[in-house]
Design a protein around this ligand. Structure first.
Ligand code: SF4
Length: 224
């Protein structure tokens, strides 16, 4: 079966010029900076967003604050420090910590750091509510340890609690893939991530990509 893509199927991961970054080359024929999407004029989308971000609404403040943190501290600050700088620039005073139970010690250290840097926090663990997995239809045999109470992760409750406490910015500390999606969906405050869970790589999911041509070459093997 041919894997050749049509022009319409090509997107940014098929590009090798990245002219959108610095305009030092030419845009490729399929470029997403120049190509309309299903009747939506890309030039109009770009202009709309530019107008929006030139103003003073929350998204504009966030866009400028994150660009400032990127530019001023590029390669100098850890992600922990970047989050603190970002929080201060958007006027966030109270940080919500949505943590995985498996990363509670790391969350505690992060909380200590926030306090040291003059920020308030409120934290909530993924197992909050303590609802057994079987109560939402997870089969007993799909538990990590079948036969006993095993709480489901409850990212919607995590979000609700942080919403009730009116946090200004929520930080994900190692929520599972999918649980993080629900947390982000239900969080009132903006969400950023401190730790992306990967139990196999010590929470460095990029390691699987760096080694996809060696140790993790199974990743590139076609699914049968
Ligand atoms: S926007 Fe255009 S230039 Fe930028 S990566 Fe995508 S295809 Fe390449």
């Amino acid at each position: 079966m041919s894997t050749k893509k049509t022009l319409d199927q090509l997107s940014c991961t098929d590009c090798s010029v990245y002219n959108c970054r610095s305009r030092s080359s030419r845009f490729p024929g399929f470029c997403l900076t120049t190509k309309d999407n299903d009747g939506h004029a890309i030039a109009q989308d770009i202009e709309d967003i530019k107008q929006q971000l030139q103003g003073d609404d929350k998204d504009a403040i966030v866009a400028r604050a994150s660009a400032e943190v990127e530019g001023i501290f590029y390669g100098k600050l850890t992600r922990v420090e970047e989050i603190i700088e970002f929080a201060k620039r958007i006027g966030a005073k109270k940080i919500g910590i949505a943590t995985c139970a498996g990363l509670i010690e790391e969350a505690k250290i992060f909380a200590e750091i926030l306090t040291a840097k003059g920020l308030e926090y409120y934290s909530v663990i993924c197992k909050v509510g303590s609802v057994d997995k079987t109560e939402i239809g997870v089969p007993e045999e799909h538990k990590i340890r079948p036969g006993g109470h095993e709480s489901m992760c409850n990212p919607i409750l995590q979000a609700r609690i942080l919403n009730y406490h009116q946090t200004d910015l929520n930080v994900v500390v190692g929520l599972c893939a999918g649980h993080d999606s629900l947390f982000i969906k239900y969080s009132d405050a903006l969400v950023t991530t401190l730790i992306t869970k990967d139990r196999v790589t010590g929470h460095n999911p990029a390691a699987a990509l760096y080694t996809a041509h060696s140790y993790y070459k199974r990743l590139l093997q076609p699914t049968k």
